[in-house]
Design a protein around this ligand. Structure first.
Ligand SMILES: [Zn+2]
Length: 290
């Protein structure tokens, strides 16, 4: 399964450091005001550390009277926190474009602590369509939160995670599948590319080929009857098949799942994600103390 996933994403893997340096602010285009403002940002070597990247807006926070801090999952620079100045003023040119769920094309420059967004163009305004329905909105919010939690380090590029987030938001906005299925598929695949792929078709302890009937979050997925730890839950064959279909992206099988099977799977996926994230946070705290 892991091999299949890797093959699917291989063509998209880019060099880790791919930050473009734009040396000539005049090349920024029609926006003369932005270009003039950037003149004062030239460093000692005369360069403006500008870069352009695509991003999904994960979260926004107010900053002062008119600004926002935006948490972005970018295509080439990983998770980035940046300041979007003046976006809360009604006359702001790009305020509405840097809202959660938006897929945007950004021009930014590197700040001392936070980068600064100078231009934003909408690629897809997923927010409007996702926010108009409660089920889509809650699933979409969970996608964004999971993406932020899984990118523990800022500026650690993960193109595969970026593409998964964009794919999930598009599926939610276009109502391609049940929102909870989109979310579960996203979580399973996002965990897999982050190194936490659950064992589904073989025992996570001994590797015996299944299908098995028990699922244990602490063991890392399905377990055989012999290696079943305390606290393992019994899983229906239909739920096991649905988990495999979601991880593989087999939507013909996934969409045909009964609502009760979907609920069973959602419970397992949520428990698995929560356990892995809590373990991650615990280990992080230990590192900080040491
Ligand atoms: Zn076993």
């Amino acid at each position: 399964m892991r091999r299949r996933l890797r093959r699917r994403f291989e063509p998209y893997i880019l060099p880790r450091q791919n930050r473009a340096i734009c040396e000539d602010p005049a090349r920024l285009g029609k926006d003369g005001a932005a270009a003039t403002g950037l003149m004062s940002l030239r460093g000692e070597n005369g360069r403006v550390p500008l870069y352009r990247d695509e991003a999904v807006v994960l979260r926004t926070q107010k900053l002062g009277e008119a600004d926002r801090i935006v948490t972005l999952l970018t295509r080439r620079h990983g998770r980035v926190r940046a300041v979007a100045k003046g976006v809360r003023r009604t006359a702001s040119r790009f305020g509405a474009r840097v809202e959660p769920f938006s897929h945007v094309d950004l021009l930014m420059y590197e700040g001392r602590e936070l980068d600064v967004v100078t231009q934003a163009e909408t690629i897809e305004p997923y927010g409007e369509r996702i926010a108009s329905d409660y089920g889509r909105y809650t699933a979409g919010t969970a996608v964004l939160e999971t993406a932020e939690r899984l990118t523990a380090e800022e500026r650690e590029p993960s193109l595969r995670l970026f593409l998964l987030v964009v794919g999930a938001l598009r599926a939610l906005a276009e109502e391609t599948h049940t929102p909870s299925l989109v979310l579960d598929a996203f979580i399973l695949r996002a965990m897999s590319i982050s190194g936490y792929e659950p064992a589904l078709d073989s025992c996570s302890r001994c590797g015996a080929v299944g299908p098995h009937r028990f699922f244990a979050v602490a063991a890392g997925g399905m377990v055989c009857a012999e290696h079943r730890p305390g606290g393992a839950v019994t899983v229906s064959p239909a739920a096991t098949a649905l988990l495999v279909a979601l991880l593989d992206g087999d939507w013909t099988v996934a969409d045909a799942g009964e609502p009760r099977t979907q609920r069973e799977v959602s419970g397992l996926v949520a428990a698995y994600l929560q356990w892995q994230l809590e373990r991650g946070l615990r280990s992080l705290r230990l590192v900080e103390r040491g």
